[in-house]
Design a protein around this ligand. Structure first.
Ligand code: CUA
Length: 152
């Protein structure tokens, strides 16, 4: 019946999506594990010790936390340096307008909203240089807003 055909087509689509996502992340040795959001008052941003000095911090044997500020039109720190084989949780926020934080060619991708901290955890298994781009229009410098993750 037609119903069955639609059901099979829908299932194939879902499998296709999952395959695409998996390929996209595994292909570059990066896998997003988790993502979430928390609220932060923009007025408290400069006093928040996590973001007053954007940086990468080692928190475990292969675990790192990256405190990233996206602002017109840069990412801080830049580059973000991490060792291969590490699991990194990114905390990303913005002091001004909405930005994007997207690691090129991977599914590590989030909107960065003033007043919110976007959190993502990803594994970096292979050494290399990975571009970060802003994929939310944020003004005249949007197209040049780029950063870099260097996995060594
Ligand atoms: Cu920042 Cu577009």
């Amino acid at each position: 019946t037609y119903e069955k055909i639609w059901l099979v087509a829908a299932l194939l689509l879902i499998v296709g999506f999952i395959a695409t996502i998996t390929y996209g992340s595994v292909g570059l040795g990066i896998a997003m594990i988790d993502d979430s959001e928390e609220t932060i008052e923009p007025s408290e941003l400069s006093e928040d010790e996590r973001f007053s000095e954007p940086r990468v911090e080692q928190v475990g044997e292969n675990e790192y936390e990256a405190y990233v500020v996206a602002r017109t039109f840069i990412f801080q720190p830049d580059p973000i340096e991490i060792p291969a084989g590490s699991e990194v949780t990114f905390y990303v926020t913005s002091p001004d307008v909405i930005h994007g934080f997207s690691v090129v060619g991977t599914n590590v991708n989030t909107m960065v909203i003033p007043g919110e901290v976007s959190t993502m955890t990803a594994e970096f298994d292979e050494a290399g240089e990975y571009g970060i781009v802003c994929n939310e229009y944020c003004g005249s410098g949007h197209h040049n807003m780029e950063g870099q993750i260097v996995v060594v």
